[in-house]
Design a protein around this ligand. Structure first.
Ligand code: F6P
Length: 550
């Protein structure tokens, strides 16, 4: 892949953005009455309004040219066909095969991966059906009421987010719990609320070596055996989801109770694999299939639609524009459906672990362009009463994706319209801002004048001109959620391709893990730590002293 900053389209975009940067978004709307019609797109049940970006009709062709010059389409085809585009790990990238419900062969190393995918999914379905129906019984013969997923990162965030987002479709008897952190508090508080005889633990780890997950899993296992006292009962209460059968067996889970997946499924792209087992248990196999179908529809759209009408491509290119040409350091994800409150955290891993890199595919340090933005967010309506102040009037701009559904089936009147009024109002406020003359007129109407008015005036001005995307779906359903997630997966892919990155490795998480192993030993040693810098030694020794009460 070429260095994007050396491409003709990049240079053209730079000149173009310098030309239009002086125009406020208000001007852009005033200059083009058809802006909404021109800059909206709909596919797979998702409607995207991108007219509130700092673009003109000349901008988008330049961005599409950049995508073409970068070879995005060829790389996309290589990914879908099972080529090993994850070059640092020599792996294919085939989360799309997991939702290939049409079952067309997908070849890796000369063999079709579809039979194995289908076989695992069939086992998941059978298992989920027996648990949901009550046929699967715990060691005392009681039915399962609680499911605890023990996993972290991609083995936690996707299932947690999807179960919350689609809780309306959840099984009425099954309570879902998620344990990820190693602080002990989280797992302990879950264990305090459940009954070992009616609980199913899912130990979810692609590698089955992740310290946090294994520590939590061992704690759960000890707690279970302390209560039950019979190792044979484990088979009825512990299942594993992993690519590592040896480690699963060593942990004490029968491989018959293991649901496998493959090294070509990245952790943050694994929701569609057996990692989605909690989702299938909670929502049922049909809804899980609908989630896959929604994602598959987006896959097809991504492959088939021309770049100009391609949702992931358009979203990715706008992100490139905001990151590389307007230099916005972060992207806020603002969902207005409370059920999507964990969607920003999910996207955070998806985007930041994929494109948070500065070494390109050729092993060269990237010096002439910025890569992945900081992705963050929470429920949008809560954000309005917390951090939106800075976004409206702070010293740095932030790009924002607003997400909402049109229908809110469980919302009693007047919740839906109030929520959506706020949703639309915020996108308008970020675009328009409030000018000095508007504030002056408003204050005058309120009866203010003279010094009092002049004093208050500057505080009430909003610059506006903040770029936002608005994504609307009809209702939050398994299909629409599947399409929404796949939209962002492909967006991240397109951006990684243009930035010339391998979006599918994550070496940046290794150093902390290595250092933690050493420090763990030092924390239990009797002598003080001396091998680190003064701060780290000091902190370790301070901790040890205080822990021992010295
Ligand atoms: O440390 C980061 C990471 O490797 C993520 O990429 C991954 O999703 C997470 O840890 C959990 O890994 P595993 O599923 O192997 O336990």
């Amino acid at each position: 892949m070429p260095n994007p900053a050396k491409l003709p389209a990049w240079a053209a975009l730079k000149t173009h953005v310098t030309d239009i940067a002086k125009l406020h978004l208000r001007d852009l709307f005033a200059n083009d009455a058809k802006r909404f019609e021109v800059f909206t797109l709909e596919a797979c049940g998702l409607f995207l309004d991108y007219s509130k970006n700092r673009i003109t009709r000349e901008t988008m062709p330049l961005l599409f040219q950049l995508a073409r010059e970068s070879g995005v389409e060829a790389r996309r085809d290589r990914m879908f066909s099972g080529e090993k585009i994850n070059s640092t790990e020599n792996r294919a990238v085939l989360h799309t095969a997991l939702r290939n419900l049409s079952n067309t062969p997908v070849m890796v190393d000369g063999s079709d991966v579809m039979p194995a995918i289908n076989a695992v999914r069939e086992r998941m379905i059978r298992f989920a059906e027996t648990v949901r129906s009550g046929e699967w019984r715990g060691h005392t013969g009681q039915i399962i009421t609680d499911v605890v997923n023990i996993g972290i990162g991609g083995s936690d965030l996707g299932p947690l987010m999807a179960c919350r987002a689609l809780h309306r479709f959840g099984h009425p008897r099954l309570k879902m719990h998620f344990a990820s952190t190693v602080d002990g508090d989280q797992i302990s508080s879950i264990l305090a609320r459940i009954n070992p005889a009616t609980t199913l633990f899912i130990v979810a780890s692609k590698t089955f070596t992740t310290q946090e997950t294994l520590t939590n899993a061992h704690t759960a296992r000890r707690w279970f055996l302390d209560s039950v006292g019979d190792e044979a009962a484990i088979a009825k209460h512990f299942v594993a989801v992993s690519t590592n059968a040896t480690a699963v067996t060593a942990f004490g889970i029968d491989p018959a109770n293991m649901f496998g997946f493959w090294d070509w499924v990245g952790g943050r792209y694994s929701l569609w694999s057996a990692i989605g087992l909690p989702v299938m248990l909670c929502l049922g196999p049909d809804n899980f299939q609908a989630l896959l179908a929604g994602a598959q529809a987006m896959d097809r759209h991504f492959v088939e639609a021309p770049l100009e009408k391609n949702l992931p491509v358009v979203l990715a290119l706008l992100g490139i524009l905001n990151r590389n040409f307007y230099h916005f350091p972060s992207l806020l994800i603002s969902p207005y459906n409370q059920a999507l409150d964990r969607f920003p955290s999910y996207l955070q891993q998806l985007d930041m672990e994929s494109n948070g890199k500065t070494i390109d595919l050729d092993g060269q340090r990237i010096v002439d362009y910025e890569t992945g933005p900081i992705v963050w967010g929470d429920s949008g309506i809560n954000g309005q009463h917390a951090y939106y102040q800075l976004l409206h009037q702070g010293s740095q701009g932030v790009a924002i994706d607003f997400i909402a559904s049109i229908e809110h089936p469980d919302a009693p009147p007047p919740h839906g319209p109030i929520l959506m009024a706020n949703f639309f109002a915020q996108t308008e406020a970020f675009m328009r801002g409030k000018t000095e003359s508007e504030v002056r007129a408003e204050l005058t109407q309120q009866g203010l004048s003279g010094e009092a008015l002049e004093k208050l005036l500057p505080h009430k001005i909003f610059e506006g001109n903040r770029p936002t995307n608005t994504i609307l779906m009809q209702t939050l359903t398994p299909e629409s959620l599947g399409a929404l997630i796949a939209l962002y997966e492909h967006k991240v892919f397109v951006q990684g391709s243009i930035w010339n990155l391998n979006s599918y490795d994550q070496w940046g998480v290794e150093l902390g893990k290595q250092l933690a192993k050493t420090i763990e030993q030092e924390l239990i040693a009797s002598e003080p730590a001396t091998r680190h810098d003064a701060s780290t030694n000091g902190l370790i020794n301070h901790y040890k002293q205080r822990l021992l009460g010295a």
